[in-house]
Design a protein around this ligand. Structure first.
Ligand SMILES: NC(=O)c1ccc[n+]([C@@H]2O[C@H](COP(=O)([O-])OP(=O)(O)OC[C@H]3O[C@@H](n4cnc5c(N)ncnc54)[C@H](OP(=O)(O)O)[C@@H]3O)[C@@H](O)[C@H]2O)c1
Length: 320
């Protein structure tokens, strides 16, 4: 089968489009014919092997698994022994470890039925980013109707779902993004959009802030929180090559001890239960994947470079 393979860590040039062996499903696994995948920030973390703290799990000098791609939508090709939940021909979406390929295996617990009203590309744009936004808002942020919510990084993959989900939960939503993404964030349903190159969001006050961009000191972001407000740290790329921002996640519970604010970090892993919630929301038209562009499998390197440059409005999908 064709796949995008990397033999070493590095920039998108390390990714090569070439032939590899077909995976076979082990007991308890599902073999999927991949129809679409998507890019998320995790793809380029795994591609570069940065921050270094992820390397012990991935391979110290080179990736043990040479194929990237976490989001998947496709058709079940075969099932291993003990799998009763899915059968060949089922249309599914979810997560796996090597979706930039024509076939991939994964566990049934990471899959569910694909939303009927979405294309494979739209469905593949949901799992990682939308689950993260859902976990940040519902589980860590405990968002309530009528609350004022600020989404920092509203124009990206996670942010595009955070804006839509916060509106769905009944919040009053402000999105913070660069000038070129303001119209896009407005189109997602944000009540207000601030341009971080001109506007000072700390002049305002929010009950809940999702910091997806993570580019500012936590004490600066907290200036915009109401007295008993909640800051949820989702991500950011300014944390250095060793820890990559995880230090803010670790600091979060400590900060909460010394202030009236609740500060929480999110580590989101897509799971069947949340995928079902998101599928139902998609089928009800409550969330719509925002796709900036679609690339064929052979163009994954270009797609990753575009995403890494921070240019994408919402998600980039890969068609297989
Ligand atoms: N904790 C978890 O479980 C989890 C899960 C998924 C992702 N993440 C992390 O979340 C982060 C975002 O992921 P993503 O997939 O959404 O990436 P993305 O699609 O690249 O989006 C990031 C967004 O941040 C915006 N941004 C950059 N600098 C900013 C600033 N100073 N202020 C406001 N916005 C700024 C970028 O656009 P503009 O600058 O043009 O507005 C971009 O739209 C990454 O660090 C990722 O590793 C964490």
């Amino acid at each position: 089968m064709k796949a995008i393979v990397q033999d070493t860590y590095g920039t998108s040039e390390v990714m090569q489009f070439r032939d590899v062996g077909m995976p076979t499903p082990k007991p308890g696994e599902v073999l999927i014919q991949v129809r679409a995948s998507a890019i998320d920030a995790g793809v380029w973390h795994l591609m570069t092997g940065l921050p270094y703290m992820i390397r012990p799990a991935l391979g110290l000098r080179r990736p043990r698994n040479p194929i990237r791609g976490t989001d998947v939508a496709g058709v079940v090709e075969a099932v291993g022994a003990d799998v009763t939940e899915f059968k060949p021909g089922d249309e599914v979406f979810g997560t796996c470890w090597a979706a930039f390929a024509e076939y991939v295996t994964t566990k049934p617990a990471k899959l569910t039925r694909k939303p009927e009203n979405l294309t494979y590309e739209q469905a593949a744009a949901i799992p990682v980013s939308a689950t993260t936004a859902l976990n940040a808002l519902r589980d860590k942020g405990e968002v309530q109707p009528g609350q004022r919510v600020l989404v920092i990084g509203a124009g990206g993959g996670v942010g595009s779902y955070a804006v839509q989900l916060a509106k769905m939960f009944g919040a009053d939503v402000t999105g913070l993004c660069s000038t070129s993404k303001m119209d896009f964030v407005r189109s997602l349903g944000a009540d207000e959009v601030l341009d971080y190159t001109k506007d000072d969001f700390t002049r305002d006050e929010f009950d809940l802030i999702l910091d997806i961009a993570g580019n500012r000191p936590l004490n600066h972001v907290r200036k915009a929180l109401s007295a008993r407000g909640t800051l949820v740290i989702v991500g950011g790329e300014n944390g250095g090559k060793i820890l990559g921002g995880t230090q803010w996640m670790l600091k979060a519970p400590l900060l909460s001890l010394f202030t009236s604010h609740r500060v929480r970090g999110v580590i989101s892993l897509a799971n069947k239960k949340d995928l079902e919630v998101l599928r139902d929301l998609a089928e009800a038209g409550k969330i719509v994947p925002a796709i900036d562009r679609v690339h064929p499998l052979s163009e994954v390197p270009q797609a990753v470079a575009y995403a890494q440059a921070g240019k994408a409005k919402g998600k980039i999908a890969i068609t297989v």
